[in-house]
Write a protein that binds this ligand. Structure first.
Ligand code: HEC
Length: 145
């Protein structure tokens, strides 16, 4: 019967739509998965092994950089890492270059280095957040009034 045929193709279509919806959701999860790489351990490694030169917030304006005459990128500026791939940054951290010491596998596993890359990239977003925070206390109502 033609009605039945129509019913079946409608079912097939909604099944296809469901499937593509699921695929989209999976893609979004993958992108968000990047920030899940930034574990407390990764932040700890950054503090101990990297902040000395790159700065707590990644802007590279450190005494070490000045005294060792190192030219540092400012990671709080999104343009700094724009042209570099994750792989390039990963290799840089793992192998080092010039004054930049290599990060040994005994100190940071591959997933930790991936986390460091994600962490550095997140610093330009964090900078915008900190810039917005000082306005908050001024706006909060004074309880003594
Ligand atoms: C002794 C100072 C020093 C330490 C410690 C250090 N770096 Fe660097 N880093 C540098 C310098 C200098 C450069 C630029 C090297 C060049 O391009 O010749 C650099 C470059 C980089 C780059 C490539 C992008 C750029 O800024 O040019 C990344 C990524 C990076 N460092 C991440 C890290 C991470 C992550 C750590 C900690 C595991 C770390 N660095 C520790 C000095 C340091």
């Amino acid at each position: 019967m033609p009605e039945r045929g129509l019913f079946h193709s409608g079912l097939l279509l909604s099944a296809l739509l469901l499937a593509s919806g699921a695929a989209l959701a999976a893609g979004a999860q993958e992108a968000a998965g990047n920030s899940s790489l930034i574990t407390p351990k990764v932040k700890q490694i950054y503090k101990i092994d990297c902040a000395f030169c790159h700065g707590d917030n990644g802007n590279g304006k450190t005494d070490a950089a000045t005294s060792m005459k190192m030219v540092m990128l400012d990671y709080t500026d999104p343009k700094s890492l724009e042209g570099k791939t994750d792989q390039e940054l990963f290799d840089m951290i793992r192998k080092g270059k010039d004054q930049m010491p290599p990060e040994d596998a005994s100190r940071a596993k591959d997933t930790d280095v991936q986390g460091l890359v994600a962490y550095l990239r997140s610093m330009s977003k964090g900078a915008k957040q900190t810039a917005a925070t000082p306005a908050a206390p001024a706006a909060s109502p004074n309880p003594n009034r």
